[in-house]
Design a protein around this ligand. Sequence first.
Ligand code: PEP
Ligand code: MG
Length: 580
Amino acid sequence: MEIIRGIAVAPGVAIGEAVILNASDYRIPYRTIESENIPSELERLEQAFAQSIDELSKQAELVNIQLGRDAANVFQWHIGVLRDERLRQSIVALVKDQLAAAAYAASSVMRDYQRRFMQMSDPLLVERIRDVQDIERRLLRNILGESREDLAHLKKPVILVAHDLTPTQTAQLAESKVLGVALDAGAATSHTAILLRSWGQPGVIGLNDVSTRVSGGDTVVIDGTNQIVIINPNETTLKEYEAREVAFVRLADELDELRDLPAETRDGVRVQLLSNIEFPQEAASGIRKGSDGVGLYRTEFLFLRHEGTPSEEEQYESYKAAILGADGKQVTIRTFDLGADKYTQQRSYEQERNPMLGLRSIRYSLQNLDMFKVQLRAILRAAVHGDVRLMFPLINSLMEFRQAKMTVHDALEDLEEAGLPCKRDIPTGMMLETPAAAIQVTEFCREVAFISIGTNDLIQYILAVDRGNERVCQFYTASHPAVLRALRDVVRACTRAGIDCSLCGEMAGQPMYTLFLLGLGLRKFSMAPASIPEVKKLVRLVSIAQAERVARRALSFDTELQVTNYLCDETRKVLPEDPI
Ligand code: PEP
Ligand code: MG
């Protein structure tokens, strides 16, 4: 049994057989086995060789038919390498003599093999390195277990273990049989993590090398609540987790009963809890979980399932579906937040040295006005179907906001000329996500219809910590006193100006911050729909006076540790049984 600690993306327990998803480059750490496991390790190796040769023979046959013998010879060469008795014996020797795990033994011998090609002076032979890498990957995939790039084809419920998932792969999870996810890479606010959270099943990320420690077929427990992954649990642990799995389902059912009750504090103050959505169909599922509407529709995820830029008609249909799904409740559509870690079609982008400080969000839209106008037209047309607001991401200066609004006017003129029905007076607001916007909030309040605080980005820019980089994720925290004070000032300025202010970063869905945020005066939160029931439960158990006390005290601390400990303690007093 092995326990690894990471970062949770969604609470709950999932138990199942592991499937390892192909990594583009396996890095296998040195791992040893017990001597009594040598025969089974050698058997695993033998099977992986046989399976690899079988796959390659089929591939060679196919290529022979499609492209001819010369092309097929490439794969014949691969087969030849795998049949090389000396190579195989070197791997077997490492397992037998040094008790190396099969994956490590294979990887280390294959890397030696690559090095030999690297030293050759004939450029044609140097080219062979790529082939050897390819053989290594295939062999490792067959040693480490079943691997499917296409998650939709999984036949039984499994735990997915991978180095990382692209947002596209993550988006496929909802239609797959995956019960839970464990990833090497990741930070809590990366877009993969956000998508995992909206998927709602238990997940732990930032586990460094879990994908090489687990073999396909191992039993894996994902404990999203305690942020751990257990590989091959012993019998007692497995029993304990099976019981916890049942208890968690019971808690979810209990929370379900809150669905039709309002999020109202003990002293009768109504709080709005809305959903952050990535796909239109989530608007309706959020409402089913008891949400008051959509506070953030991340439209850039339209690009994920699309080969090129989505057309105006396609966008219109998606926005309309979300608006109708919200069933008359408010929907705030954010224009594309592309760039940084959310690329459109990656190949069309130049790599930037500092993408988080680069051409992203509203900057990208304002430099691609044709694309931006198409989107605005689609939103303005769809807006006639409900209560819709328009929001720009990462507004950093008044000029940017004005320019974006001017583009809205242009789009409206186009639509009127074309005689298409559209919403003329759409409330237009901004996401407050940068220190510059926070410092200038009073000026913004004179021009915007509303402000939504995007703490995911605001925290990364205030603290100068890349939100997607697991190497610095320990420095990324909403509890930093500088973040708390910035939030206090922004909410205060909006309240004075009478501007509708909400918060839509991940912080909104973390119960430990609910009391603090209520105490600052916020009454509108937007979060992953899965977080709504727990936050609602908490809101209904507290009073505003209590929240104000907590906020005042939290603001008096000097360090994030004090803040975190204090807020956790206060929250635990209200929800003693629930995991926070
Ligand atoms: C944010 O930055 O807080 C936010 C909600 O936007 P995103 O996570 O999509 O960048
Ligand atoms: Mg953001």
